[in-house]
Design a protein around this ligand. Structure first.
Ligand SMILES: C[S@@+](CC[C@H](N)C(=O)[O-])C[C@H]1O[C@@H](n2cnc3c(N)ncnc32)[C@H](O)[C@@H]1O
Length: 288
């Protein structure tokens, strides 16, 4: 990835994002842990799920896809901080034990609350930094006291953190950083050079006006293998008012207008609130 981060801009943006003035962009704050129940993934994935393209988000999605047997995983995100966090998690697998890994994420979560601490104060960061590419460790050092990782969901053992056995499996399966494209989803198809069994878009289209969904999804369909799927989760923002930029209608319209595509809706349970989202997951399946 030929991207050269601008430390000054990253620092300014971190402040803007803390003040909730920005949506997602190159320096938006990364989620420390997933806000989804990734143990539901097997119910959503097609039978064959060897090759996956996933949004990074907290970095947990690619890890969980590896856990569930994917062999080739490419990732993308609009946020450089998301990539850094994903690389930290992968590096941590190679040098931290299970307790240390979970503690690392708990610490990333905690340092953002008062009294604010620096990233370098986090236990075991000294083991992780040398394992990252130089640009990334320099970036982390330069933004030591900026809030580049954050989430409102605290890491929970029963939800977002791996169990002991999941962690052991992850350590065996994930040996190197995931390939990454720094891009807005609107330009994602320009980067893709292959096709996948799963393209996973988690809570991205929520932030894109519904009238743009079709233009974003259509070019991606060419990169889905037969029997493969595009999976997109939708966030509900208000129990009475519904979803943020609902994707279901566009997904159904796409499937209805094309041969060989089927639209499937799945219920998901949000782990932090335990809210059941009846129309929360949208799947476009390519029929053979
Ligand atoms: C709302 S977060 C959700 C986190 C995710 N549910 C998880 O569990 O990790 C969405 C992720 O999509 C990324 N994102 C948002 N808008 C995007 C866009 N237009 N293009 C690419 N990535 C985007 C954000 O940077 C963030 O990492």
């Amino acid at each position: 990835m030929g991207f050269v981060p601008d430390f000054k801009k990253a620092r300014e943006k971190a402040i803007e994002h803390i003040e909730c003035k920005g949506l997602f962009e190159t320096y938006s704050i990364a989620y420390v842990v997933t806000n989804e129940n990734l143990r539901q993934l097997p119910q959503l994935m097609p039978k064959k799920h060897e090759s996956v393209l996933s949004v990074v988000g907290s970095g947990d999605h690619p890890l969980w896809f590896s856990l569930y047997g994917a062999k080739h995983i490419d990732t993308f995100d609009i946020s450089y901080n998301a990539k850094i966090l994903m690389d930290i998690k992968v590096a941590a697998l190679s040098c931290l034990n299970w307790c240390e890994y979970n503690r690392l994420l708990e610490d990333f979560y905690e340092i953002n609350w008062f009294p604010c601490e620096h990233i370098s104060s986090i236990k075991n960061m000294d083991k992780i930094l040398p394992k990252l590419p130089e640009t990334e460790s320099e970036y982390i050092k330069a933004l030591d006291n900026a809030k580049i990782f954050r989430t409102y969901c605290s890491p929970k053992k029963s939800e977002s953190l791996p169990t002991f056995f999941e962690y052991l499996k992850l350590r065996i399966k994930v040996k190197k950083p995931y390939n990454f494209y720094l891009t807005d989803i609107k330009n994602l198809s320009n980067f893709i050079t292959t096709s996948y069994d799963v393209i996973h878009l988690s809570n991205i289209l929520d932030y894109v006006p519904a009238k743009e969904h079709k233009d974003i999804i259509l070019p991606l369909l060419n990169h889905v293998n037969p029997d493969g799927r595009i999976i997109a989760h939708n966030l509900q923002y208000d129990m009475d008012e519904g979803y943020l930029n609902y994707f279901g209608a566009s997904a159904k319209e796409i499937a209805d207008s094309l041969d060989n595509w089927k639209y499937i809706q799945k219920t998901i349970k949000e782990p932090n609130t335990n809210i059941i989202l009846k129309n929360g997951t949208h799947i476009l399946e390519r029929i053979r």
